[in-house]
Design a protein around this ligand. Structure first.
Ligand SMILES: Nc1nc2c(ncn2[C@@H]2O[C@H](COP(=O)(O)OP(=O)(O)OP(=O)(O)O)[C@@H](O)[C@H]2O)c(=O)[nH]1
Length: 367
């Protein structure tokens, strides 16, 4: 059995974690609120960490014991320096809260890359986890901002992604708000839908890694995939319905833009992949799956496949790492421009104020 730790840090991370807990309480079904225990396939410990007490209060499906408030009542206001300090001041308290939950094989640390708390805590927590748990696999789930959210968010995203690369997690799963905002007109519904998509994919992954598979993929294979290319990638998903023509088209569906959490041309950009197919025995034709995966391997290189027998129509999860990330490069260019603009605005404003003060330089107040 896998021992899994899921940390949601900062508001965005907390909400994704809440979506995970919601899914595992039975999703949106009418009965879900009557369940008192999460139905995870593995031993999964969840913990929401935040400096803003109100963000923690807003969670609906995360037990009170799984919410950790780090003193600093109302968040750090997107300031990563304050965030880092907040972590250092409370490091032992935070790590004790994690360590008392036991040993772990894998941890998913989920956060926005652009706020203050999550984006500054996450690299530091990943570092601590790697130091304290010698055999742990740590995967960061990083949410990129809407590009029009402002210069501080862009700059935070650029620097926090670099910090994450430096602490050497075992891989980064990218989720792009900008790319996914097409899912809904208003922001609240978009957030809910994005969080739900991330939760659904992560739970599918955890369940599969811990299942008796007809064709086996395990944590070792997952790690190999995550180590491919730039060490960052994303997840795709496809759920068959009556209209799905074949298993092959379902597998291809999990690689199409509509199912991905980050924009990528899988056939061009992917470095390694893992395709996990879940479905009833009658719905899965192993020869067809093998052929589709072989076709994919001829384009991508290494593709692992896993088959899990489970009631229902086929559902497919694709996990892949990327060898190139043009959209991320664009984000860095935008962030650099935003930092420059902010600097020149500050210099201009300072000069204007200095010019104004110059008028009274040699004068005294007269009463
Ligand atoms: N997908 C998704 N993104 C969110 C959600 N809530 C906030 N965000 C994004 O997260 C970024 C802001 O980060 P937060 O998580 O709110 O910040 P924080 O880590 O709590 O840090 P501070 O509030 O500065 O202390 C913005 O880019 C938002 O668009 C959410 O529920 N889902």
């Amino acid at each position: 059995m896998l021992n899994v730790l899921m940390l949601g840090i900062g508001q965005c991370g907390n909400r994704i974690l809440d979506a995970v807990n919601r899914e595992s309480f039975g999703g949106s079904s009418k009965l879900s609120k009557y369940y008192s225990r999460q139905k995870f396939p593995s031993r999964v410990e969840t913990l929401a960490i935040n400096t803003a007490v109100n963000d923690l209060k807003e969670l609906k499906f995360t037990a009170a014991k799984d919410r950790l408030h780090v003193p600093n009542l109302h968040g750090v206001g997107a300031n990563r320096s304050l965030g880092k300090q907040g972590f250092w001041d409370n490091r032992e308290m935070i790590m004790e809260e994690i360590e008392k939950r036991g040993d772990f094989d894998i941890a998913f640390v989920m956060t926005s890359s652009s706020g203050g708390t999550g984006s500054s805590f996450t690299p530091l927590i990943i570092h601590e986890l790697k130091e304290r748990y010698k055999n742990i696999t740590v995967i960061a789930v990083m949410v990129l901002p809407f590009r029009e959210e402002g210069s501080i968010y862009l700059q935070n995203a650029a620097f926090s992604m670099r910090d994450i690369m430096e602490v050497q997690s075992d891989g980064i799963i990218l989720v792009d708000n900008q790319y996914l905002k097409r899912l809904s007109g208003d922001i609240k519904t978009a957030y809910d839908r994005i969080n739900e998509m991330v939760a659904e994919r992560l739970l599918f992954l955890i369940e599969s890694l811990d299942s008796e598979m007809l064709s086996v993929t395990d944590l070792g294979d997952f790690k190999t995939v995550m180590r491919g290319g730039l060490g960052m990638g994303t997840l795709g998903f496809y759920e068959s319905d009556k209209k799905t023509a074949s298993l092959t088209s379902a597998i291809e569906g999990s690689l199409k833009p509509g199912g991905l959490l980050y924009p990528a041309d899988v056939y061009e950009d992917a470095a390694r992949a893992m395709i996990i197919i879940q479905g009833s025995r009658e719905s899965l034709d192993v020869d067809e799956i093998t052929k589709s995966v072989e076709k994919l391997s001829s384009k991508i290189g290494q593709v692992f496949k896993g088959i899990v027998i489970k009631k229902g129509r086929p559902k497919i999860l694709s996990v892949f790492t990327l060898g190139q990330v043009p959209d991320l490069e664009m984000l860095y260019a935008q962030a650099a421009q935003a930092i420059q603009d902010e600097k020149s605005r500050k210099t201009r404003a300072k000069k204007q104020l200095d010019d104004a003060f110059a008028y009274i330089e040699d004068l005294e107040e007269v009463y």
